[in-house]
Design a binder for this molecule. Sequence first.
Ligand code: FES
Length: 141
Amino acid sequence: MAMRFAYLAADMPPGAVRRVDVPTAAGPSAPVVLVRTADGEYHAIADRCSHGAVSLSHGELDGHLLECWGHGSQFDVRTGCPNQLPATVPVAVYPVLIDSGDVFIDVDNPHDPADLRHTHTPSSCGAKRAQNLPANPIEEQ
Ligand code: FES
């Protein structure tokens, strides 16, 4: 784990969506969408829609779904899976840690798609994750 400071928890009210640039072990920062859902959960996903090269951080959060402003696909922030077309490929999901009022994100070690498949998503999305995610999604951006 390489948790790195990303944001102040006090500046993340429920429903907040923030773009953060999180340093990687390799040097360059990775663009991340940090959200706090209405029920208080924090989630971090890659800030790039898998359908087009647009920022998901400009989208609207509804429950656990973040809508892409490009063409309307909604991504589950818990899993990275899109729930409707035109996007069909999930985005990376990163571990988040809250400690002493600070939010930390590990962009070097995205969640294992197999773990996410069993917690929140239909198996079809998990299968797509396993087939389509690059080995290191950060390098692809
Ligand atoms: S660019 Fe996001 S759905 Fe098309």
